[in-house]
Design a protein around this ligand. Structure first.
Ligand code: CP
Length: 323
């Protein structure tokens, strides 16, 4: 008998192709999975017998470790491959690498790649489920899902909230995935940053644009602060890091001027003293580490659903009750 169809499709390459209901299904499925990481023995048999390859062609701390914890806590067998230690350095193509892995009978591939579109390219060419762990400037869907879950946890809702994404929007896959997800769930969305770091015609995605960070802070309920992606910059996008902090940095002084509390998110890694000051990052309204904690539950939910798990069975599945 064929396994039941996944309610979110074969792959997760981005939030743009997902419906509002599919996004809510992932967030709601993550809720029961949160508790697994609080147990003394953090392991349930939900993905027993599944083999997952984590294919990371770009540096990562949070996403790579979070996927690996999610996989191990659901009892999947996992293999980690990085570009530097693989035959990619000998010239093997992405598809050949994946097809050779498939010849060893894998079930899923989690991929981070420097090229926009790499996850979709792979998903269209191999039968295994493909999960995008960040592709170039395109999308980072599980980051946006964990951001959405964290906002919902702390604000009680997403619909009607004003969320501003501040910083290097131009190079950010996190910004794109957040924009798609937040708009589908009914938030008002804005971006704010130096004009050199805003994509051309970004308004066409349905977002408002602020070019003064003080105006963004006065408008928003939630700030999602992004780092300057210096490794993707080949030119003078900002005069200096000190100047960036002076004009665009999220500081306590700027937040206090708003006269009300804003929820502060940052996907990491942070450049303290550049896009965000330490007293904000470590302050009472920061949920940056809550985001990291939620990342494991969100990734468990994505893996469970792609494997054919049904949302209404998640609670029973994590208690080891067979469907
Ligand atoms: N947020 C994020 O993607 O962090 P890493 O690059 O450390 O995975």
């Amino acid at each position: 008998m064929n396994p039941p169809a996944s309610p979110i499709g074969k792959d997760l390459v981005g939030l743009e192709p997902l419906s509002r209901q599919q996004i809510l299904t992932i967030l709601d499925t993550a809720e029961p999975f949160k508790e697994i990481s609080e147990r003394r023995i953090k392991k349930v048999p939900v993905l027993r017998g599944k083999t997952i390859v984590n294919l990371f062609f770009e540096a990562s701390t949070r996403t790579r470790v979070s996927f690996e914890f999610a996989e191990k806590r659901l009892s999947a067998d996992t293999v980690n491959i990085s570009a530097s230690g693989s035959s990619v350095v000998k010239g093997e193509t992405l598809v050949d690498t994946a097809r050779n892995l498939e010849a060893m009978r894998i079930d899923m591939v989690v991929i981070r790649h420097g090229s926009s579109g790499a996850a979709r390219f792979l998903a269209e060419r191999i039968p295994s489920n493909v999960v995008n762990a960040g592709d170039g400037r395109h999308e980072h869907p599980t980051q946006a899902l964990l951001d959405l879950l964290t906002i919902r946890d702390h604000m009680g809702r997403i619909e009607g909230l004003r969320v501003c994404i501040v910083g290097d929007i131009l190079h950010s896959r996190v910004a794109r995935s957040n924009i798609y997800g937040l708009l589908k769930l009914g938030a008002e969305v804005a971006v704010c940053g130096p004009p050199t770091l805003l994509p051309y015609a970004i308004q066409e995605l349905g977002v408002q644009v602020f070019t003064r960070v003080e105006d963004a802070i006065a408008w928003a309920d939630v700030l999602n602060v992004l780092r300057l992606q210096l490794e993707r910059m080949h030119g003078g996008y900002v005069p200096s890091l000190r100047e960036y902090n002076r004009v665009w940095g999220i500081t306590n002084q700027r937040l206090e001027a708003a006269g009300r509390d804003l929820l502060i998110l940052h996907p990491g890694p942070m450049n303290r003293g550049v896009e965000i000051d330490s007293d904000v990052a470590d302050g009472p309204h920061s949920v940056i580490l809550n985001q990291v904690t939620n990342g494991v539950a969100v990734r468990m939910a994505v893996l469970y659903l792609l494997a054919g798990g049904q949302p209404e069975r998640a609670e029973a599945a994590k208690e080891g009750v067979e469907a």
